[in-house]
Design a protein around this ligand. Structure first.
Ligand SMILES: Nc1ncnc2c1ncn2[C@@H]1O[C@H](COP(=O)(O)OP(=O)(O)O)[C@@H](O)[C@H]1O
Ligand SMILES: O=C(O)C1=C[C@@H](OP(=O)(O)O)[C@@H](O)[C@H](O)C1
Ligand SMILES: [Mg+2]
Length: 174
């Protein structure tokens, strides 16, 4: 793998989990934009958003995406990375973009089991099930526009990785 691989999708689709496993099996570097950004800032996303608002976080996120993009790297993005057209076209041009697609019920179950509030402050102020449904309706078309491949992220992480590896191999030979 030489081109960077960008994993996109909503909160809870498994970008971080699957990205780590994909990097392990493909012996690639792994970067998570949220983790990188929080380490650089020395604060959680919840703290940054509280202090600076979402617009400043989105600017930090774009700068992070540019900074971490490198050959041979699996990049787990944050769920809102596709909101900026600049980010969508950057990812499509620089590498291969994979949309980890899962139904609202699966996303809600995962987020309720593992909310990680420091990294995932509320986006709408609504209960998680309502928020996930509303946000996915707004962003699904953007994930699809950005993606070269769409995979079924409801399966176990190893299976999702297999789907990605197969999609990348097929793209290589076609
Ligand atoms: N394919 C999967 N099957 C079951 N649980 C998963 C899967 N992918 C992620 N999870 C779980 O869902 C939660 C959110 O996963 P995470 O990788 O942080 O998602 P994202 O980075 O897309 O927000 C974690 O608790 C993780 O263990
Ligand atoms: O969907 C979003 O707008 C966000 C998703 C989060 O990342 P995960 O998708 O890894 O949870 C994180 O970047 C931030 O809280 C904003
Ligand atoms: Mg994540």
């Amino acid at each position: 793998m030489t081109q960077p691989i960008f994993l996109v999708g909503p909160r809870g689709c498994g970008k971080t989990t699957v990205g780590l496993e994909l990097a392990r099996v493909s012996q690639s570097q792994f970067v998570d934009t949220d983790h990188w950004l929080q380490t650089e800032a020395g604060e959680t996303i919840a703290q940054l958003v509280e202090k600076e608002g979402w617009a400043r976080f989105r600017a930090r996120e774009t700068a992070t995406l540019m900074a971490v993009t490198a050959p041979g790297t699996v990049i787990a993005t944050g769920g809102g990375i596709v909101l900026a057209e600049q980010n969508r076209s950057f990812m499509r041009e620089k590498g291969t973009v994979i949309y980890l697609c899962a139904p609202v019920s699966t996303l809600v179950a995962r987020l309720e089991a593992s909310p990680e509030e420091g990294q995932r402050p509320t986006l709408t102020g609504k209960p998680v099930s309502e928020e996930v449904s509303e946000i996915l309706a707004e962003r699904d078309a953007l994930y699809r526009e950005a993606a070269h491949h769409v995979v079924n992220a409801s399966q176990a992480p190893e299976e999702v990785v297999n789907q990605i590896v197969t999609a990348l191999r097929l793209a290589c030979v076609s």
